[in-house]
Design a protein around this ligand. Structure first.
Ligand code: 5GP
Length: 132
């Protein structure tokens, strides 16, 4: 049975898509730590990120870099922090989180509640800055 992120890739569950290529997909986290918090996943379902081949892991990070460069043009921040946890969803994913302090990427912090309009606006702005 497909996991939730595979269903997102297939369009069976909606997502705020930032970018995709043949092998990777980026979309806004639905419970973000910060505006622009984005998840980057391989389209092929693999639970543990370090089970990816060297080549796929490197490609995924390069794809994540392109997404991060788009996010930072839209969301004012010092840097885009990256985190990999994978404790909730067993489909490898990189969190990209705009940060100004270490607390901005503390997963114990309360999540932001954004309206659909805010998600749609962020999606349009960030995806328009993405360069393949
Ligand atoms: P982790 O597995 O890294 O601990 O956390 C999974 C992340 O996926 C969480 O930040 C959570 O908000 C996000 N997430 C879980 N389900 C969905 C979903 O259906 N859509 C989106 N956009 N994000 C999700």
């Amino acid at each position: 049975m497909s996991g939730i992120f595979t269903k997102i890739v297939k369009g069976e569950i909606p997502s705020y898509k930032i970018a995709e290529d043949e092998k990777y997909y980026a979309f806004l986290d639905i419970n973000p730590l910060a505006k622009g918090h984005t998840l980057v996943i391989p389209k092929k379902e693999t639970d543990y990120i370090f089970d990816l081949s060297d080549e796929d892991l490197a490609e995924m990070m390069i794809f994540a870099k392109k997404v991060a460069l788009a996010i930072e043009q839209v969301v004012p921040c010092k840097k885009i922090g990256i985190a990999v946890l994978g404790l909730e969803v067993p489909h490898a994913h990189i969190h990209l989180v705009p940060i100004n302090t270490v607390y901005d990427i503390d997963f114990k912090q309360p999540k932001l509640v954004l309206s659909a309009e805010e998600f749609i606006k962020l999606t349009a702005e960030i995806s328009s800055k993405f360069k393949a």
